[in-house]
Design a protein around this ligand. Structure first.
Ligand code: GLN
Length: 310
């Protein structure tokens, strides 16, 4: 990673450069998300020695939404292994929007764990036991990635639960093709709760840094998942994390990444850093406009593209 001052300067400059950008729209299909502050803009980077650099609203809390997906995929992989998880969910880019009503024609599986259909299956793979209910396991895993106890924004949860018929439809479709191992209503309820877990850009940067650091949280030192699982998750983020914009993102920015409709965006530089931004106005693919501009510019400025010969 570049020297500390260079990172701090870069984050401050990018924050100043993109804070005034006015493009994009807040998600409103989850009504509560349309109430977010469109001007809040935070950026955070966590290095492999656990140092955190930030600028702007890096401590503002918001819900994870789809940024939760790679981490719950990590939990499923840790619990069941890649072969068993792959029986239920694929690892091919779908080339479609995050909420597409679409499954692989031959297998009936969702294309990957980053689109909603695949994330609902991934969540359903987390064991639901009396002693440890599925959501307890999910929340504890997300918290270990963040290095602190996270909680649920109940207003956002209720807002999505009362309007989320498309995801419920997806869950019933999955059940009909035999690719959902549990009750559709229960699966979607756990998924909505997972999406409503609240964190800050700093938390997200620690979570991304944990994946980049081979599954070991660089702030707490805790091993959250194995090196293999961290590599598997980063691979699927690289090919599928930005939905139908994944190819273009890898080409231009060159980092595994995951977007969310509440305005969160993470990117990871394996063995180097975790990066996160928060800004709610989104582009057509559901990616934060300021976030993608800032991460793209940072990648260019610090030479972070993974395919680049340093
Ligand atoms: N909870 C959201 C949904 O299922 C997450 C989507 C996203 O962040 N892209 O629609």
């Amino acid at each position: 990673m570049a020297a500390s001052e260079a990172v701090t300067d870069a984050l401050r400059e990018l924050h100043a450069r993109y804070a005034g950008v006015r493009g994009g729209r807040r998600a409103d299909y989850i009504p509560q998300l349309a109430r977010s502050d469109p001007d809040a803009f935070g950026i955070a980077l966590v290095s492999m020695d656990g140092h955190c650099y930030s600028a702007g609203a890096a401590d503002a809390a918001f819900t994870l939404q789809s940024v939760s997906k790679p981490f719950v995929y990590a939990l499923a992989l840790s619990t069941l292994g890649l072969d068993e998880v792959s029986r239920w969910v694929g690892a091919e880019p779908s080339g479609e929007a995050f909420n597409a009503i679409s499954l692989e024609p031959r297998t009936g599986r969702p294309a990957n764990a980053m689109v909603n259909a695949g994330a609902i299956v991934t969540t359903a793979l987390v064991p639901d036991r009396a002693a440890v209910p599925a959501f307890t396991a999910v929340l504890s895993c997300l918290s270990r990635f963040a290095g602190r106890r996270l909680d649920v924004d109940e207003d956002v949860y209720r807002s999505e639960a009362s309007t989320g018929d498309r995801n419920r439809a997806l869950a019933y479709l999955l059940r009909s093709t035999g690719t959902l191992p549990v009750d559709p209503v229960a699966a979607v309820d756990t998924y909505f709760r997972q999406c409503a877990v609240r964190a800050t850009a700093v938390d997200l940067a620690v979570m991304a840094a944990t994946l980049a650091h081979g599954g070991v949280n660089p702030v707490t030192g805790e091993t959250v998942v194995s090196t293999e699982v961290a590599a598997q998750v980063l691979s699927v983020m690289a090919t599928c994390g930005m939905y139908d914009a994944s190819g273009e993102w890898l080409l231009r920015v060159g980092l595994p990444a995951k977007s969310g409709v509440s305005g969160g965006l993470i990117a990871a530089g394996p063995a180097r850093f975790g990066l996160a931004t928060y800004s709610t106005p989104l582009d057509a693919a559901g990616t934060s406009v300021r976030g993608s501009a800032a991460i793209g510019a940072l990648s260019e400025r610090l030479g972070l593209h993974l395919m680049r010969n340093p």
